[in-house]
Design a protein around this ligand. Structure first.
Ligand code: NAP
Ligand code: HSE
Length: 429
């Protein structure tokens, strides 16, 4: 016997629109497979006049968000509108009213997670967000369930499809940054405001969630240092390839120095690292633990269809729990932990420095690093005269010391500019 669950959806854009099509078109198939009748009762959007790719009965579409949350025929809320304030208040209201919530909104989870998880715990309903990280890749459940007993040491993730798509096209086809970004927007990979993608903020929200689940210490969005890809030049992608590296925007979460560190920035990663071969909008999360060794989760990280699949899985899971009628407890309990400031994290740097080609320059540049306590690993000179470039890779040093070396470099008269800084990820010191 099938059992009916009333579903209310807040937002029907790239992800919400695809989800609604799946719920409507695949209703019978879902019922046959799961025994659940998932009925879309109400869908809230901003603009009622906009053309939609899905069809729902008259009266289902509304621009009154709260009417969806308050509708007594709605058992379960799906939030796919984005943002943290309005979306967060609606999610909170739903949870407090004892309605399970499914969301793909990483910004919301990373900024208001503890408040929302606590509300879900109080009323004993599921609050699920599998689609918030990695689009269609199952990663939230593996981290919070399968790997719950593993003392995970490190998580490295390509967690933004838009930027990986841009970097791949720039490196492989020499494509223009702005053109590829427009293409990513057309394909539905980018956020409504793509600044969140290219600035690393979207990946920072995902890194915060991954770190929190991996280590059991809550890491909020504001705890994650982030840099984006806006300042990367194609020439550095070429130099990186010459030296045997790929450049990727990577979220890094690790246990170090007795605490937890989470950060997002472009990284030069050796071409034989599993993340180096991740192309296009594909996402990948690489996990290291003492017992499990190395795990790689990879797949489509953005776009309506894969993301809606992850949302639908959560909807089915939440519907099952609702029908079972049991109180649901959060899978992971968060305990206080030390967050390591980014300045204390040891990183290796690649720098491209434009210099005057004259005697003594190299000594001055080396002195800038030396006086900050940073040791140089390799130096190459490219070009001559006005075109002279130094390409430098340092050994691992405290980020704060690397920054101090940068300030010293910028004070040298013969240094015309420090044109690029990219952190290097490798096993060596
Ligand atoms: P989107 O295409 O911009 O859709 C947003 C939807 O929310 C639209 O239907 C919009 O209405 C509605 N909406 C926004 N503000 C509203 C308001 N104040 N009142 C009523 N309706 C409002 O966004 P999306 O790409 O589907 O992303 C949705 C969420 O999923 C975001 O949290 C995003 O981070 C997350 N996500 C997206 C992807 C992806 O690949 N796109 C992947 C994973 C997670 P109108 O249609 O009338 O404008
Ligand atoms: N804008 C995001 C991305 C969507 O490009 O990865 C998936 O969260």
């Amino acid at each position: 016997m099938n059992t009916s669950i009333g579903v209310g959806v807040l937002g029907a854009g790239t992800v919400g629109g695809t989800l609604i099509s799946r719920l409507v078109d695949d209703r019978e198939a879902i019922a046959t497979k799961t025994g659940l009748e998932l009925c879309v009762k109400r869908v809230a959007v901003r603009d009622l006049a906009k053309e939609r790719d899905f069809t729902v009965d008259d009266g289902v579409l509304t621009d009154d968000l709260l009417s969806v949350v308050n509708d007594p025929e709605i058992d379960l809320i799906v939030e796919l509108m984005g943002g943290r304030d309005l979306a967060g208040d609606l999610v909170l209201a739903a949870l407090e009213a004892g309605k399970p919530v499914v969301t793909a909104n990483k910004e919301l989870v990373a900024s208001r997670g503890p408040e929302l998880i606590a509300a879900a715990e109080r009323t004993g309903v599921p609050f699920l967000f599998e689609a918030a990280v990695g689009g269609g890749i199952p990663i939230i459940r593996p981290l919070s369930e399968t790997l719950a007993g593993e003392p995970i040491e490190r998580v490295l993730g390509i967690v933004n499809g838009t930027t990986n798509f841009i970097l791949t096209r720039m490196a492989e086809d020499g494509a223009d940054y702005a053109d590829v970004l427009a293409e990513a927007q057309e394909l539905g990979y980018a956020e409504p405001d793509p600044t969140a993608d290219v600035s690393g903020a979207d990946a920072a929200a995902k890194a915060a969630i991954l770190a929190s689940l991996a280590f059991g210490t809550w890491v909020g969005l504001d705890d994650v240092y982030h840099e984006g890809i806006e300042d990367l030049s194609p020439i550095d992608l070429v130099f990186a390839a010459d030296f045997g590296y790929s450049v990727k925007l990577i979220g890094i979460a690790e246990r170090i120095m007795g605490g937890v560190s989470a950060r997002v920035h472009p990284v030069m990663i050796p071409v034989d690292h599993p993340l180096a071969s991740i192309r296009g909008a594909t996402n990948a999360i690489f996990i290291q633990g003492p017992s499990v060794g190395e795990l790689l989760f990879a797949g489509p990280g953005a776009g309506g269809a894969p993301t809606a699949t992850a949302v639908l899985g959560d909807v089915i899971d939440a519907a099952r729990e609702t029908l079972a009628g049991a109180q649901v407890a959060p899978k992971i309990r968060f305990s206080p932990g030390e967050l390591v400031p980014f300045g204390d994290v040891a990183t290796k740097w690649y720098l491209r420095i434009e210099v005057d080609d004259q005697p003594g320059v190299l000594a001055q540049v080396a002195g800038a690093f030396g006086s900050a306590g940073v040791s140089i690993k390799s130096v190459w000179q490219e070009g001559e005269g006005d075109e002279a470039l130094l390409l430098i890779v340092t050994h691992r040093a405290r980020e704060a010391d690397q920054q101090e070396a940068l300030r010293h470099l910028e004070e040298i008269d013969t240094v015309r500019s420090v044109a690029a800084v990219i952190r290097v990820e490798s096993e060596e010191a």
